[in-house]
Design a protein around this ligand. Structure first.
Ligand SMILES: Nc1ncnc2c1ncn2[C@@H]1O[C@H](COP(=O)(O)OP(=O)(O)O)[C@@H](O)[C@H]1O
Ligand SMILES: [Mg+2]
Length: 536
């Protein structure tokens, strides 16, 4: 007959196995946390926290977009403890923005370990401020990004806390991602912090199902103890609409230093409209057909056609104050000239001004050769454009240098800020999301494009130079407002043909990781747990 000792030992063993199989059971029954007001309390998971942990088990790569103070760092710590304690040789790495955050994470970890009943603490451990080493070979280590250079050992679980605030996350990711290849998993979590950057890319691509991350979005109101009053109180403390949107409502908001201010970005976003795609050239998006009597400008930014950059052009309806056609694709400069020639003529010989530098030279000379009827020469005096006779060598088009680029961009900024030109394009919005001020200079973020922005800026420059009211004022408000778009009808109705409108394609969202698919994360299928080492 078994004695009481054996019986309780057997119960403990059963319980250890149960905990090893089920992190939620482990956390709910045995982990303790430090509550700011209530002191040490059992960690009873809220519903959404439990669901997060289920996701961690189900998906190898998880990315969390969260409101502040939802206890997500805490569940990540509990999950790390579970993994390291019940499995051998698990290498858990936590990366934080600040040393204090890293140290705090380890504090949560040690608090949980120290509050476990001794029979459940199945592995000895040593700790310091930044790591806990278990005698089963597992380790939980927290550091800042700088403490991570040259890391090479295989990682079982990577946790990146407040990822959007880590400025060199790209570098960290590039160096650390290979160490996950042996089956490691990742939890990347953050409140949003502006548009752009790797965290933003990973999250938006995950939502578009363009990478292997499982996106989890957690708004403030998931928390069972929070109500409208709490929200209002927090909002008051945060002080600005932008911070409320980001830190409570999980919205990525263009940060203060994007080229356009938040208001302009919201305005342009509200205008976004699906375009008709030219059936022969799907990269060509059309919002309006040519309207008799309206004046048009066609501007372009020319790339080589096979490289990373895109060639782009815009047709602006000066009288309706809107962009009516937009092209963004990869054609060689002379092919681009053919397309511009065709579309420009279609829009009543739109005044044509491609960028003239480097590859643009080919496009411009090709257009000249084709005798495009209305080319824009920078030297031509205002008002005499059509009568201007260029010399044989003179090239039409916009000559870009630092100064002209700055002028064109500032004109673009002005027309949009004054709501004097409308663009409906999601592709343009995408570029604007990552087009930022760096000191005095506006430029795309690393790895991002500005081809559409530049083309449109050239168009606006020409609009101002030719049709502006002399003093750099753009076409008078009255003319613009009276025309805004009501006068023009969509392409479909005019042409009688129904251009095919394919699904809005999700453009150029970089997929930073594409593994060969989801392997289940750390937990092996139940029943396959190997506990021999525990029970010795
Ligand atoms: N289930 C829970 N019950 C009680 N308090 C919790 C719970 N989860 C988290 N907390 C507490 O909420 C606070 C915020 O947690 P933290 O993990 O820092 O949030 P986040 O990382 O989401 O901002 C901490 O004091 C933590 O102990
Ligand atoms: Mg946190």
């Amino acid at each position: 007959m078994k004695n009481a000792f054996d019986r309780s030992r057997q119960l403990h063993i059963n319980e250890i196995v149960k905990c090893g199989k089920d992190p939620i059971h482990f956390i709910n029954n045995y982990c303790k946390i430090q509550h700011p007001v209530r002191g040490t309390i059992p960690f009873l998971l809220y519903g959404f926290q439990k669901e997060c942990i289920e996701q961690f088990i189900e998906h190898r790569f998880n990315i969390i977009l969260k409101s502040r103070q939802l206890g997500i760092s805490t569940i990540a710590a509990a999950y790390a403890v579970w993994l390291a304690l019940f499995y051998r040789d698990k290498n858990v790495i936590v990366i934080a923005t600040k040393l204090s955050t890293a140290v705090n994470f380890i504090k949560k970890v040690t608090k949980m370990i120290e509050s476990l009943p001794s029979w459940l603490l199945i592995s000895g451990y040593e700790k310091n401020r930044q790591e806990v080493r278990f005698s089963n070979g597992s380790i939980i280590q927290a550091s800042t990004t700088s403490g991570n250079a040259g890391r090479s050992e295989a990682i079982s679980l990577l946790i990146i806390d407040e990822a959007s605030h880590i400025s060199n996350l790209e570098d960290v990711w590039t160096s650390i991602f290979p160490t996950l290849s042996a089956g490691g998993s990742a939890i990347v979590l953050s409140t949003p912090n502006g548009v752009g950057g790797l965290y933003y890319d990973l999250y938006t691509a995950a939502e578009a199902k363009k990478n292997d991350f499982n996106p989890i979005k957690l708004s403030w109101d998931l928390h069972p103890e929070r109500d409208q009053k709490w929200f209002e109180e927090q909002s008051r403390q945060l002080g600005s609409r932008k911070r409320v949107l980001q830190e409570l409502l999980c919205q990525f908001i263009g940060s203060g230093d994007t080229f356009f201010q938040n208001e302009e970005m919201l305005w342009l976003t509200s205008l976004k409209t699906e375009a008709s795609k030219d059936p022969e050239n799907k990269d060509c998006w059309v919002w309006r057909s040519p309207v008799p009597g309206h004046r048009y400008i066609i501007s372009a930014d020319v790339a080589r056609g096979d490289a990373k950059d895109f060639s782009t052009f815009h047709i602006i309806d000066v009288d309706a104050a809107e962009v009516v056609v937009e092209y963004c694709g990869k054609r060689s400069p002379d092919k681009l000239a053919d397309i511009i020639d065709e579309w420009g003529r279609r829009y009543y010989n739109a005044l044509c001004c491609p960028e003239q530098n480097s590859f643009g030279y080919m496009t411009c000379s090709q257009l000249k050769l084709k005798k495009y009827p209305r080319l824009y020469y920078m030297k031509a005096p205002k008002g005499r454009l059509d009568g201007y006779i260029p010399t044989a060598e003179e090239m039409p088009g916009f000559v870009t240098d630092l100064n002209t680029r700055r002028i064109a961009l500032s004109k673009l900024e002005t027309v949009i800020r004054r709501r004097k030109l409308r663009s409906y394009s999601s592709r343009l919005m995408q570029e604007l999301d990552t087009f930022i001020w760096e000191g005095e200079k506006a430029r795309p973020m690393r790895g991002k494009h500005d081809d559409l922005i530049v083309s449109l800026a050239i168009g606006v420059y020409v609009m101002d130079a030719v049709y502006g009211e002399g003093t750099g004022n753009f076409v008078a408000d009255t003319i613009l407002l009276s025309h805004i778009s009501k006068s023009s009808r969509p392409l479909k109705e005019l042409d009688g043909v129904k251009p095919e409108v394919p699904q809005l394609k999700n453009n150029e969202i970089r997929a930073p990781i594409l593994t060969s698919g989801y392997a289940r994360a750390n937990a092996p299928p139940s029943g396959m747990l190997d506990f021999d080492w525990v029970l010795k």
